[in-house]
Design a protein around this ligand. Sequence first.
Ligand code: ZN
Length: 274
Amino acid sequence: MPELPEVETTRRLIHDQIVDRTITDVLVTRDRMLRRQERPADFRSRLSGRRIIGTSRLGKRLHILLGGDLVWLVHLGMSGRLSTADRTSKAPPHTHVRVGLDDGSEIRFTDPRTFGYTMVVTQDELDELTTMGPDAWTDPPTADELGARLERRTAPIKALLLDQTIVAGVGNIYADETLFAAGIDPRRAGGTLTESDIDSLLAALRRVLEAGIEAGGTTLSDMAYLLPDGRSGEFVTELAVYGREEEPCPRCGDLIRRDVIRGRSTFWSPTCQR
Ligand SMILES: [Zn+2]
């Protein structure tokens, strides 16, 4: 699933292509993509004729900012991808939403598994539907704030890192890489982390997300995530533990283990992570 580095990479690459363009037309060929829009008819009417004034991101959610105080929200789900192309070129299979721009290009939302969704909301509506915690990259919590959120929590730290209400944007890949980089056992109860553990965790999170963004995100063998220009994200070559069950740990050489924690595969080094 695209996580923060993948969505941030997507945002950066489409930003220059779409900002200052005006939307001319909207084609939705799969209504399911609008299932979170309260009134699906709003999707087209709110987009048509609007000027795109900027982009932003919160966690795994991409925001395309429009004139009239509207926000076009895109969540890529498990396998979604956003791209721009000349509208006369052939769209990839599973392209469900096409938004034409005044320079002859279009924005395409492609999603084979259709777990992604899109909607256009007012800024007030956006505030109402946002239950996420601070963004892990642009607005990371301080050690004190994170400590307060983890205090007395008995859930494993792996599960708490995936909880978007604590910190937004981290998914399975970057949670495992962060816990490895911080040397923290993913099964530990959140409330048992010391101040020094929390400092290490936040520093590791910063490093791992930065490296992920610099590499253009992670494209796994399923090719579910690709950059808007069709390239693969190269962070897969830098993964220390994720997907590497039974391979030697790059730090200690002992075998990397896979456990299922709260239903999610978790890759870690029992020797390096305490
Ligand atoms: Zn190790």
